[in-house]
Design a protein around this ligand. Sequence first.
Ligand SMILES: Nc1ncnc2c1ncn2[C@@H]1O[C@H](COP(=O)(O)OP(=O)(O)OP(=O)(O)O)[C@@H](O)[C@H]1O
Ligand SMILES: [Mg+2]
Length: 456
Amino acid sequence: MARVLVVDDETGVRESLRMLLKQECEVVTADGADAGLRAMAELPMDLVLLDLVMPGKNGLAFLEELQEQGDAPPVIVLTATKTVNTAVEAMKLGAADYVTKPYEIDALRIKVRQLLQHRALQREVVRLTDELEERTHIGALVGRSEAMREVFRTIERLARSPATVLIRGESGTGKELAARAIHDLSPSSGGAFVPVNCAAIPDTLMESELFGHERGAFTDARERRIGKFEAAGGGTLFLDEIGELAPGPQAKLLRALQERVIERVGGNRPIEVDARIVAATNRNLEREVREGRFREDLYYRVHVVPLELPPLRERREDVKLLAERFLKRARERLGQGPVRMARDAQLALERHGWPGNVRELENVIERAVTLAEGEVLELVDLPETLMRGQRTEALRDGLRSKQASFEETVATFEQDLLLDALERNDWNQTRAADALGITRRLLKIKMDRHGLSKPD
Ligand SMILES: Nc1ncnc2c1ncn2[C@@H]1O[C@H](COP(=O)(O)OP(=O)(O)OP(=O)(O)O)[C@@H](O)[C@H]1O
Ligand SMILES: [Mg+2]
């Protein structure tokens, strides 16, 4: 409900306006300009009805102060007939309209209604524009690239439907954050978000983990235990790393998803499943199916709607935004640290291949923040592999000042090129050679000459 502030020194006027408007809005009253300004500092108002002639600070002074604040609500000035000139003055100071006392009830009501409608529309336009143009996050997921904005739109759409979602993407691309965002925006957000890491639980315990068990169901089952499916009732069950699930648990999971009922281990009472299911994997599930490691029927059960999180190297526009977020967060946690990044450090971050995606970027920034001295995060605070890309200028300087020979400089440069291509391609030699425009054989010879091999 909209909130309207009535500023008038006469109790009678305040109360009659309250009676008049209380059907359509919340009415807050103040008996003078100062009290009015205080009320506005406490609560956002959508409209102000302002008396001009008041003891102490008058209405015009109030208006002037109000206009100094950004996003001031519209003001309707209340004025006695003989002071219409002052009303004109008030309009010059930014009042939206005026009514003369004694006011006509219907006319005033219509004006109030129209201004409130206008204000609401304005708000909505601002909100929508923000959302469309400036949208840089959803939940804790941050990004400004077109690819991530597409992800945000998909998440919003998916959140509204109860369909099972399969989130795919390389390690560290934000799959868990995406799952949480879907939950938080969904009608099930009142329920719990229950993650299960399918890779971390031994096969033998998986069934009891998912479905729970009755007391005495097996040797260690001393107490009855509620499983994750039940715990996620009314909420979201997040099956992380679903591609790692062993054949036994795969069959049990399939049944639960198909029939939408489960039974606790050692129990015989069917329990209905109403949790929303979100699964995630960094494996190529189609290949897992082809090679017989993942059940095809389960694949179709979870692969209802896919959500793909792009690797960071395919959305370099996000690097700066993410780095700044992580920098700010680390500084807040440590209570100190650099406030900004040097230009060459930022370039190095943007050029890097990020095989570990956002998680790797997060770690690099955290480490750099603890290393940095002073206000600026410098290139030297970044790991060696990232500095390398920015080194040509330094190499040239070394040659000019005769600190390194021509041969040494060329060799270092060559090594940088090789390492860069290898790291950008996950040490896949065929792809790295391709990127350099040389044969794989030549790449191998040069790697041997420089003593380069994949770090473990
Ligand atoms: N778009 C993003 N915005 C902000 N933080 C992000 C983003 N993507 C990932 N992160 C951060 O990176 C780290 C890894 O994210 P998350 O755990 O969601 O990745 P994941 O895809 O589940 O990785 P894995 O496959 O290794 O489990 C987390 O600390 C997360 O907060
Ligand atoms: Mg994860």
